[in-house]
Design a protein around this ligand. Sequence first.
Ligand code: PEP
Ligand code: MG
Length: 558
Amino acid sequence: MKTDAIVCKTEGPVLTGIGGTERMAVGIAWVLDESGTVAKSVTGAPSSLGPEDLTAALEKSREQVRRLIAAVPVHEGEIFSTHLNFLEDPAFTQEPLETMKKTGCDAMEAVRRASEELQAVFQEFDDPYMRERAADIRDVGERILRNLRGESEEDLTALPPHTILVAADVTPSRTARLDPRQVRGIVTEMGGRTSHAVIIAGVMNLAAVVGCKDLLSVVKTGDRLIVDSPRGTIYVNPGEERIKEYQAKIEKAAREEEARQKTGTAQLVRKDGSRVLVAANIGSPAEADIALQKGADGIGLFRTEFLFMDRKEMPGEEEQYEAYRKVAEIFAGKPVVIRTLDIGGDKPLPYLAMRREENPFLGLRAIRLCLAREDVFRVQLKALLRAATAGNIHVMFPMISSLQELRAAKNVLESCKAELTRAGVPFFADLKVGMMVEIPAAALLARDFAAEVDFFSIGTNDLTQYTLAVDRGNPDVNPLYDFMHPAVTALVQKTIEAAHCLSIPCFMCGEMASFPQAIPLLAQCGLDEFSVSIDAVARTKEILLQQEGIQTDPAVCP
Ligand code: PEP
Ligand code: MG
């Protein structure tokens, strides 16, 4: 493809979608020419592909996926472990055999049916995370079919430089096979922020805009594109001025990022000597290492529910203990806030056999579920208490709405301590106990709560949706979702004041903590810890250092 042959005389259409990463990119569209559905078997000549061919294709697929697991970082490897699970699941190993027997169809048709049926099951889930797993199933189905046809893996390594991949959907394996030296970004019609492909794109430093309607009817291979992920915008065949503007923005962002590396490791203090912490939000122990390298002063939110997802059964006490201990050890004495399970709402666990709810965000979610399923809660609390011997672990309860609920959770914690004592198992009894303030009721009664916990952490992602009655995951009401709404900021201020009045620290782990327009207000209110996504640690410190009265700690040399 001759990229320099493309001359943009006029400004083309501008498309909007959901920004998946922090990057911007200018490049040339490469449209993947398939619709994204599993290819149908060739009609006409009867195929001779039978059960033995299926067995061989499955084995070959497993080998390819094992190689992928070995080639990508640990966290992304977990994604492909899910693919391996699907490749071992009876849905692919048994059901196609039965379909062949019953209908007389060939292995290709049987695999295609199995894949489509399983995708349909996952597409029915209310939880966007589970729905997005349908893309993983399609990926697995395509792999088996390719191997049945005797085709080699699709060669995405030979794409021209500066490619922006355009597709109905991009599977995680495809994303992982992209070469970041050639590909600058991906844009898709399907997908959401939690798509695995987006997670991988973030790790590979690609620009990504997903969920972009009409993409394939507008964009053709060879079109020049600007992908602005932070804004979720795609410019198709933009004018030269726009391209220059973005090239300048991209260069500026790269210079800023380089300069920020040093700021990331700085430690911040106020004039009175009190520390301002910038911690990281993580979902797995593997991310704790990266968070530490990027300068996080601690972990402000470990979303433990991610340990429970993409698997068939709950992790046991030992497995959880190992995960929590590892994070505590990596942060060696720095605070690590571990949130107890926030399951339910948009994150159901199929193996917990939860009832379907009309309004899952207002239903049996988080602490409510844990109090209803004390067996599940106790396993986690015991693992946490044991792991707390290895570092500075704080335990945090999500979705607290009443004092009774908070007291009930604390009672279960005490009862777990008693059980461990009786069993002679070592644990740390005096770990700090905090709660998330993410329901307006908790913010309004913050003083009452502050008397009964060691810290608060404000969860603005939920606080915003519950205060404004705006679903945080619904793109149609997205413009109304605003954590700078005066009602939300009033609740945030009230919570910080109440915490300080009762002499407990107040943290924030919702997205607002890294929002540049919010940081000055939060700093002024005296927020003690800003817990942000790993990539936002350095930028958040940089903005904080521009605030009156905040400086790097002269006692600590970076
Ligand atoms: C929040 O609600 O702000 C929060 C941090 O929790 P989550 O995004 O996991 O619901
Ligand atoms: Mg929340």
